[in-house]
Design a protein around this ligand. Structure first.
Ligand code: NAD
Length: 418
């Protein structure tokens, strides 16, 4: 039996950071400081199940850097989430906020549960108790959570309410990704996917690829992946394959992502969609296509399969889907990678817009959000590609170099306390 190498995402994050730090000749005192998270909290707390049984649940909140502003980053519910994954995700938030120039640092949270096996009441109790456990370290000017894998706007509404009950007043700005009726922003639900599509449009223009008729494969059919599929379908692209945790489907003539979403809604998976053939998640990644959008979890393209990838553009809607070793192989093959800290930064950008709107109690129109988001994504794309070309490095190192320079500058200017 073949054993799969276990890849530690925080080690991958550090390798990417070190590559960029070398490129920008970052001084050691700053390098040693920002490699590691500023603050880490692990909590274990009891939750009463519907059966009356009580289980002990573990959760994490990591603040990687607050040099450029309050911590910012989602909360993930997953049975495999662990402290190193949360550290990696928190550091990616630091770099992501810096890449798009929004005044936040990086943070992330995780709760070790299998949300698919819990009732809505159990999920609410987990969310409220976890929020109370981390309440002392979050806040609208300290650290602002948001949704991530298997959490959503309802989760954020419960978090906001719990934090508000503890504070004795309604604090809308403590989390983003909330429903519109409780301080959410227009456009937040599709922001991650929309940002990814804006970067794909820029990359396609640069490479001379016509999106009308372009063949697209999407791994992960959740908030980021399903909406990205719909948005690029609306631009005329052909969605040839999509997948979720239960498996994938393919139809070379093209899938209609809205119909696939309805099928998933009804059956719990994309698998079995009418007119499609089954395909494994691994086969999907290796399809002959123009654009591959990994939109599920980390480490799906490694040195083991990078040589078999045939896409022209990889747009990382997911965080950390490509390992540092795979990056080199993809670069040598001439595949244009839009790295996660750029490709999926639309989510945190509109989270920032939501936070600004909550703080001002003044809410913007959808068209304004979309226009601001496009401007941010286009400018950030140009800055990253210019730096990658200047230093003759792959796009991820260019993006990190751009981000690490900004965080380092903030640290230098703020100095060392005391
Ligand atoms: P989600 O829970 O809405 O969707 C995740 C999807 O991935 C689901 O369809 C699930 O079935 C699928 N999936 C899970 N395990 C899989 C596997 N092993 N193989 C294939 N598919 C699998 O989560 P999301 O919010 O869309 O997040 C997806 C990725 O995007 C994550 O890496 C997340 O960190 C990243 N991201 C999300 C946001 C956001 O705003 N939601 C922002 C930035 C980055």
């Amino acid at each position: 039996m073949q054993t799969k190498t276990v890849i530690n995402p925080f080690e991958s994050a550090l390798k990417n950071f070190d590559l960029a730090a070398d490129v920008i000749h970052l001084e050691d005192n700053i390098r040693n400081h920002i490699r590691l998270p500023e603050r880490e909290l692990t909590v274990h707390f009891p939750v009463r199940l519907d059966s009356g049984n009580i289980i002990s649940v573990t959760g994490f909140r990591v603040q990687h850097s607050t040099a450029r502003g309050p911590g910012k980053g989602g909360i993930r519910y997953h049975p495999d989430v662990n402290i190193d994954e949360v550290r990696a995700l928190a550091s990616w938030m630091t770099w992501k906020c810096a890449v798009v120039g929004i005044p936040f640092g990086g943070a992330k949270g995780g709760v070790v549960i299998d949300p698919k096996k819990m009732s809505i009441g159990e999920l609410e109790r987990v969310t409220r108790r976890f929020t109370s456990e981390i309440a002392f370290m979050i806040g609208p000017d300290k650290d602002i959570p948001a949704p991530d894998v298997y959490t959503n706007s309802q989760t954020m509404a419960w978090m906001m309410d719990t934090y508000s009950m503890i504070s004795g007043r309604t604090v809308l700005g403590v989390v983003t990704g909330k429903p519109i009726s409780v301080g959410g922003s227009q456009g937040r639900n599709e922001a991650t996917a929309q940002g990814t599509i804006f970067t794909i449009e820029k990359a396609a223009r640069k490479l001379g690829i016509d999106l009308n008729g372009a063949r697209v494969a999407v791994q992960g059919f959740g908030n980021a992946g399903a909406i990205a599929a719909r948005l690029i379908f609306d631009l005329g692209a052909r969605i040839i394959a999509v997948s979720d945790s239960k498996g994938g489907i393919i139809n070379l003539a093209g899938l209609n992502p809205t119909e696939v979403s309805i099928h998933k809604e009804l059956t719990g998976s994309v698998v079995g969609f009418k007119g499609s053939d089954p395909i494994s998640n691994q086969e999907l990644l290796e399809l002959n296509c123009d654009i591959l959008i990994p939109a599920a979890l980390e480490n799906v393209i490694t040195e083991e399969n990078a040589g078999d990838i045939r896409a022209k553009i990889i747009a990382e809607a997911a965080n950390g889907p490509v390992t540092p070793e795979a990056d080199l192989i993809l670069h040598d093959k001439g595949i244009f990678v839009i790295p996660d800290i750029l490709a999926n930064a639309g989510g945190v950008t509109v989270s920032y817009f939501e936070w600004v709107q909550d703080n001002y109690s003044f809410f913007w129109k959808t068209k304004d959000i979309r226009n601001y988001l496009r401007e941010v994504m286009d400018d950030s794309f140009d800055a990253v590609i210019a730096l990658s070309e200047k230093h003759k490095v792959h796009n991820r190192t260019g993006a990190y170099a751009h981000a690490v320079s900004k965080v380092a500058e903030a640290i230098r200017l703020r100095g060392v306390f005391p």
